[in-house]
Ligand binder design. Sequence first.
Ligand code: BGC
Length: 741
Amino acid sequence: MKKAILLTLFLSLVIAGESKPVHKANVPQLGKNSIDEVLKAMTLQEKAELLVGGDYEVVNGKKGPVLPEAKIGAAGMTKAIPRLGIPCTVLTDGPAGVRISPTRKGDSRTYYATGNPIGTLVASSWDTQCARAVGRNMGNEVLEYGCDVLLAPGMCLHRNPLCGRNFEYFSEDPVLSGTMSGNEILGIQSNGVGTSAKHFVCNNQETYRTQNNSIVSQRALRELYLKNFELAIRIGNPWTIMSSYNLLNGPYTQADKPLLHDWLRGEVGYKGMVMTDWTERRNTVEQVNAENDLMEWGLDVQVQDIINAVKDGKLSIDVVNRNVRNLLNYIVKTPHFRHYKASDAPDLKAHAAVAREMAAQGIILLKNREGTLPLVQGQKIALFGIGSYKGFLANGFGSGDVNKPYVVNIFKGLENAGYQVDPDMAELYEDADADINIGPSYARHRASVDNVAIMTIRRNSGEGSDRRNEPGDWKLSPAELNTMKNIADAFHAQGKKLIVILNIGGVIETTSWKNIPDAILLPWQPGEEGGNAIADVISGKVCPSGHLPMTFPLAYEDVPSSKNFPQNDNGGVFDKDKSTIGFTKYDEGIWVGYRYFDTFDKPVSYPFGYGLSYTTFSFSNLKVRYGREVCKAVVTVTNTGKVAGKEVAQLYVSAPKGALEKPKKELRAFAKTRTLQPGESQTLTMTFRTMDMASFNENTNSWVLDPGVYQVKAGQSVEDIKATAPMKISKGVQKKVLAVI
Ligand code: BGC
């Protein structure tokens, strides 16, 4: 009888391809033994447990004693298997800094993390060193707060200006987004912690984000959305990638084998681990098959799904083992595996200094009539807008938020810089609950006692909803417009000036009002030190060198994707009762952002790459060299103005005519100078892969590099080209690919 039971047990374990858990002293241990040996010793239950992660509360609630790691209150965890020396690991948001709980049970301390500038600002610096520095800041706090992976960077392309999470993301262009996020990944991971580049892929809206099918052509996918991730992987090699909530051309991305296995692992050669975004139970078996290794937030029922599917022969144990191996390869790199003793005391002061310096690098000067800025000291400032005071936004909301120790608003920043800000106004706005509609008489009063006016316009957005094409969001509200006009009229009547500051997370309409103020400064949402960084630019301590990472159109309706970007009635909040899957057709194909406006000669308010400075620059000696693998360009940038400053060289390429219609020009590389003194020059070198100039032919499923003369152009924006050099490619290339996504 006993024998029969043992035999049945043995047979069921053999069928499942598993061994019984053994608690011997010589049981393989991760780190001491090879991953293969550990894998061999794992039971099916243990393997399934590892593939299904856990919300920190769930892991602890259901798995016995509370793990000390759970007290951190991060977004999620992977489970520990102590028997095999496998530790738990901790996954924390997000793109502007570490998002852990401010409080812990039985602990009176409040835990703060640095509020770094948002992704869009980092992209606006066009400075890979800036991205690395912000990354280093964040990565160190991941390490010192006892976490293993930062769920960042957020790197969906800005397909449409109204996506509620655009502030977390970098750009409308894959080269700028992929390069900057790749460098941020390098910075984060230089601390020996990981990243999760997200959300992979085509999660370009928040409306019905968990139920929406993005219908995208193979060409747009290849040339834009996948290219973005491919570049980031090539540069930064993130430890993990987060598949997105949405569906892509049919399946959920997390269950999309052509995407996660064939393209990501097969074509790109990515060796890391893939985790889901934080979803409920979906198609467990399909996810495992697709090589989506980790399921977050992770439910016990998913563990059971895996066990049952293997036992029923619906899921191959080899596939399970492949994913478990991906997990183990990740775990052996983590601080938890290294037994790193987190200090819980990162150097927040030093990180704040970095956050300030980097924020200033990405602030964009959009307008500066008659040298309004920089602002000389000794003037009394009338500071308008609740966004200058308590309404100032360091970042947007949702998982891109950070529990910051403080936020320096514009009022404080100007005061710190030694400016005299009218105290009456500070009092007025500190008492207000909302923005104030300023009438002509009050504006006139201010213009009679103050020397210059600054008005801040703020916009907040975040996870779970998209922005609206309405006054108060995309457009100025009637009160904002009225206030701006009244202030401008009153101050101009006295020969005084108005500066507008845009404390926003995404593009707004500027056409109808940009003629009113004398200067416009775009600091986005610049993090906890934002007010100081803005004051650094206003005072001229920092010469502005940011450039737009996206286009500011004349009107929202000019954006091709405005035709099919959802503006649903419930503001984009996920409606649980809705059983149908929504969809968004990316009918604009590759005509996203400047690719559309530039190619079809559509006027814009501010073009991609645009940004002014307090000084001027010339570009000379552009030289290009074709190489079969890599092309190289050098250009000399000279400061021709009167103050020291930095400049970005943007390298666009116009491809010759071929069978496919192509954008007039596309960004292929960029570089930023160091601070150049007046008269000083620097020669910048830029390289890019030759095949990155190819277009994707979806009929033949191949990349096509046409022969002919390519015009390589260096400029200060997509519309402002300073130097052009031809580059001949005598032999075309056609490269077939396998994956169809
Ligand atoms: C967001 C992710 C985030 C995760 C964990 C999700 O709702 O989309 O960006 O990393 O939650 O907090």
